[in-house]
Write a protein that binds this ligand. Structure first.
Ligand code: GLA
Length: 377
């Protein structure tokens, strides 16, 4: 039986399809870019791992500790990629993260240079995949960047598939994260090149306007997400300081309804208890990680007021009431829009409170730029 299962898994992986097993729910973890950008060091990565392991984030589901751009050094005489002096021993770093019961990721580009101008994997795909596996990495974010200069866009799927094949040949499971900013409707072909997640947009920033344009712009992409392959509206900015609490509640509520990967992008070792609460609310995270794996969508809109819904495995529906306006407003969800009749039980997920039973609709007062996230059944 075991041999048969092994064979089936093996042949499945050989065709280069997404390794569903590593991302059966949207990947969760941390990534260095949004806060540290190119200043990131191995010490920052170790501090992130230490923090996740002891502050409740690991228990909440945060697993991957991901180094973004700027870890790369030069290649040795045989062409092997080396880290730069800020990173030193990559194997030791991977061991350190694994010893805390976490997984570790890194970053490269199919082009000659990464977006920040560091060494990319162009013409070294096989060698780099082997090196990442030998160091013990579990996740690769592969960022188009300068590939734009050496490949026509039409070759993009083949270029991503080439790295996926190289990763599969190492025999080590990798989460494969496609980063090409949503070019060429990647959601239509991302799975076929082995992508477990693919960015659907250009970069997020720590501003309400940017976050909300990206988040509320995801409607219509829900048919392309599912178990093992997710739309990625970019990493979290929660706790980076550019948005207020209501805006970060909108950010988290929207990302969980979108079944988005949840990669914290703040300085974990120095965050406030309030930020930790926003990142680790169990009932909110459960919406994102729901095993049905359905991405939510907009079900109603009235000017700046929006209602989004995500069906859950237990038959309930997670519903977000959003106010994109500049002053507090009541926002109403009509149960008809959710296909529900009779009396409907409503539970507030951020505050863990049963709100009671309602007929026809539920209305909440939602602050400017804020959100209320409920579960209805
Ligand atoms: C691009 C990506 C970002 C980040 C930077 C690193 O802009 O979209 O997420 O990885 O490159 O240089």
């Amino acid at each position: 039986m075991l041999i048969l299962v092994g064979f089936l898994i093996g042949s499945f992986l050989e065709v280069g399809a997404a390794d569903v097993g590593v991302a059966s729910t949207p990947p969760m973890g941390w990534n260095s870019w949004n806060h540290f950008a190119c200043k990131v060091t191995a010490a920052d990565v170790r501090a992130a791992a230490d923090t996740i392991a002891r502050n409740g984030m690991k228990d909440a589901g945060y697993t991957y500790v991901n180094i973004d751009d700027c870890w790369e050094g030069t290649r040795d005489q045989r062409g092997k990629i080396q880290p730069n002096e800020k990173f030193g021993d990559m194997k030791a770093l991977a061991d350190y993260v694994h010893a805390r019961g976490l997984k570790i990721g890194l970053y490269s580009s199919p082009g000659p240079k990464t977006c920040a101008g560091y060494e990319g994997s162009y013409q070294h795909e096989e060698q780099d995949a082997e090196q990442y596996a030998a160091w013990g990495f579990d996740y690769l974010k592969y960022d188009w960047c300068s590939a734009e200069k050496v490949y026509p866009r039409s070759q993009m799927p083949a270029v991503y598939k080439k790295m996926q094949d190289a990763l599969v040949r190492t025999g080590r499971p990798f989460v494969f994260s496609l980063c090409q900013y949503g070019y060429d409707r990647v959601w239509r072909w991302g799975t076929s090149v082995g992508g477990n997640l693919w960015r659907t947009t250009e970069d997020i920033s720590d501003h309400y306007d940017r976050m909300s344009v990206i988040g509320f712009g995801q409607d219509g992409l829900e048919p392309f997400a599912g178990i093992g392959h997710w739309n990625d509206p970019d990493m979290l900015e929660v706790g980076n300081g550019g948005m207020n609490r209501d805006e970060y509640i909108t950010h988290m509520s929207l990302w969980v309804l979108l079944a988005a990967p949840l990669l914290a992008g703040n300085d974990l070792a120095r965050m406030t208890p309030e930020t930790l609460d926003l990142l680790t609310n169990p009932e909110v995270i459960a919406v994102d990680q729901d095993r049905k794996g359905v991405q939510g969508r907009r079900v109603a809109q009235e000017g700046p007021l929006e209602v989004w819904a995500k069906p859950l495995a237990d038959g309930a529906i997670a519903v977000g009431l959003f106010n994109r306006g500049e002053s507090s407003n009541p926002v109403t969800v009509n149960f008809e829009d959710l296909g529900l009749g009779g009396s409907v039980m409503v539970r507030d997920l951020w505050s863990h409170k049963n709100l009671g039973s309602f007929k026809a609709s539920y209305t909440a007062e939602v602050p400017r730029h804020g959100a209320v996230l409920v579960k209805v059944r």
